[in-house]
Design a protein around this ligand. Structure first.
Ligand code: DC
Length: 228
């Protein structure tokens, strides 16, 4: 069966990663979380004193890009993908609200995007991958054979993020999360470099009222029709 590239883009917290991971597992493809790479760069800034008063020290970060190694490894127990920053497992830290607050600023920097896009293309060389993000179908892999653009209402997305944070024992405030979702939507859609938008040839998936099972059946049907 021919191997393809599957690009899954869409708004934050609409379940892209969960969906992309499950799809990759189902069809035996590798999964890459491109958002985790931008989050790891944001965490690097926090850990290395590159944040002054919520502003990033852009020139220092530019000079440090080659010192930021980001790798993925499968969790030996759950088989889920874990993100490593310079050899340290940072999967938990990169999901914190502090990183979420900072990451859109980091992802709007042209030199950060150029570097991440190069690394992402390298990961897709052998095909057989599912990658999720914001610009995968438009910029990273404009020739991806299967492109999905996912969306859901802001309230549904904030509720999902709230449930996720409280399930892992973090303090969460719904209004704060909703504000963060709306703010990230705005920054992601209006930034100059690779703004979030649906690729012309992407299939739209609004999952506000879909179960995970319905969603998976829909994806598998599309995948089968493209690879048969
Ligand atoms: O999907 P996420 O919430 O983990 O993404 C974190 C941030 O990174 C979000 O603000 C959008 C940005 N991002 C991006 O600009 N391009 C990508 N391909 C993936 C994520």
């Amino acid at each position: 069966m021919k191997k393809i590239i599957i690009a899954i883009d869409g708004f934050s917290s609409c379940g892209k990663s969960t969906m992309a991971k499950a799809l990759a597992r189902n069809i035996g493809y590798l999964y890459f979380d491109s958002g985790a790479m931008y989050r790891a760069v944001a965490l690097y800034c926090m850990q290395n004193g590159l944040i002054n008063d919520t502003k990033i020290d852009i020139e220092t970060l530019r000079g440090k890009m080659q010192d930021i190694q980001i790798t993925f490894e499968a969790d030996p127990d759950t088989k889920n993908s874990l993100t490593f920053l310079n050899g340290v497992n940072v999967e938990h830290e990169i999901r914190s609200l502090e990183v979420s607050r900072l990451v859109s600023q980091v992802a709007a920097l042209d030199f950060v995007r150029e570097e991440m896009v190069d690394r992402q293309r390298e990961m897709g060389k052998a095909k057989g991958i599912v990658m999720d993000g914001r610009d995968i179908g438009t910029t990273v892999f404009p020739n991806a054979e299967m492109k999905i653009f996912v969306t859901a209402s802001a309230e549904v997305r904030a509720q999902r993020r709230y449930d996720e944070l409280t399930a892992r024992g973090d303090n969460a405030n719904f209004q704060e999360i909703l504000d963060n979702v709306l703010q990230r939507d705005h920054i992601d859609q209006t930034r100059e470099v690779s703004p979030l938008k649906q690729a012309e040839d992407a299939l739209l998936l609004d999952n506000s009222n879909m179960t995970r099972e319905e969603q998976m059946n829909w994806l598998i049907e599309k995948f089968n029709s493209l690879t048969e």
